[in-house]
Design a protein around this ligand. Structure first.
Ligand code: HEM
Length: 215
C-alpha cells in the first residue's frame, strides 16, 4: 500500500443551498409576479421558460462551447469504453474486403483499435488532445467519421444522443465550477484501465478547487 488510496480531494465546499440557478430564479419570479402583462405571468411564464431553456440548451450544445464538445469527443475516442462493441452473429455468408465470413459466426467490431489507429489519428493517437476535433482557430468542431464509440449501422447504440448530451452537461458543469488538477501527493503518470465489457479507469486521485465565479 503506497498511501495513495483513491479518494476525491475537494479543496472547498462543493454545493450550497443558496446556489440558485437560472430556472430557480425564473420560477421564483413566476411565483412573485401578479402582473398579467409580465412575461413571467402564469401560462405565458411557463411558455417562455420552456422556450428559453430549449434556446439555451440547443444554442449551448450546438455552437457555444466547441472546446467542451471536443473534450467529449476526445474522451469517447481515447477511452473507447465499449471497446469491442456488442457481439453480432452473421445471418448470411458475407464477403467483406476480400474476406469470406460464413453465416453463423460471431463478429465483434474492435472500436478501440479504430480509435487508436495512428494512420487515422496521427502519431499522437494515444494522447488526449481535444484540439484534433477543432478547426484551426478552434471556433468550430470538426467531426471525423472514424470516431464510432457507439458503433455503426442498424444496431448502433440507441442511447447515443442521451449519452453525448449527458456527458456534455456533466463536463461543462464540472469545468464551470471547478479547477481540476493532479493530487501532488499521489500523481498519476498514466491512465490505467480495467478490462471488461466496459472499460473504466482504475481509481486515481485528483484535486478539485472551487472556482470563484461572479454570479
Ligand atoms: C458513453 C456512453 C455509451 C457508449 C460508448 C455506448 C456504446 C454502445 C455500443 C458500442 C453499442 C453496440 C452497438 C452495436 O453493436 O452495433 C451499444 C449498444 C446499445 N446501447 Fe449504448 N452506449 C452508451 C450509452 C448508452 C445509454 C445511455 C443507453 C440507453 C439509455 C444505451 C443503450 C444501448 C442499447 C439499447 C444498445 C443495443 C442496441 C441494439 O442492439 O440494437 N447506451 N452502445
Amino acid at each position: 500500500m503506497n498511501g495513495c488510496q483513491a479518494s476525491t480531494v475537494c479543496a472547498e465546499r462543493i454545493f450550497s443551498i443558496s446556489d440558485l440557478d437560472f430556472i430557480d430564479h425564473y420560477l421564483n419570479e413566476m411565483k412573485r409576479t401578479e402582473d398579467p402583462t409580465s412575461t413571467f405571468y402564469e401560462e405565458n411564464g411557463e411558455k417562455n421558460l420552456k422556450a428559453i431553456v430549449s434556446d439555451l440548451f440547443f444554442a449551448g450544445s450546438e455552437t457555444r462551447l466547441p472546446y467542451t464538445e471536443a473534450i467529449v469527443l476526445e474522451t469517447l475516442r481515447l477511452s473507447s469504453i465499449a471497446a469491442l462493441g456488442v457481439p453480432h452473429q452473421l445471418i448470411a455468408d458475407t464477403e467483406f474486403h476480400g474476406y469470406f465470413l460464413p453465416k453463423g459466426i460471431t463478429i465483434m467490431a474492435n472500436l478501440y483499435t479504430i480509435h487508436h489507429d495512428k494512420k487515422i489519428w496521427g502519431e499522437d493517437a494515444n494522447l488526449f488532445r481535444p484540439e484534433r476535433f477543432l478547426n484551426e482557430d478552434e471556433t468550430r468542431v470538426v467531426y471525423n467519421d472514424a470516431l464510432i464509440p457507439f458503433s455503426a449501422g442498424r444496431r448502433q447504440c440507441l442511447g447515443e444522443s442521451l449519452a453525448k448530451d449527458t456527458l456534455f452537461l456533466f463536463i461543462a458543469s464540472i469545468l464551470q465550477n471547478f479547477l481540476i488538477g493532479p493530487d501532488p501527493d499521489c500523481p498519476v503518470s498514466d491512465m490505467q484501465t480495467t478490462s471488461g465489457l466496459v472499460v473504466e479507469p482504475k481509481p486515481f486521485n485528483f484535486v478539485l478547487n472551487l472556482r470563484t465565479l461572479s454570479r
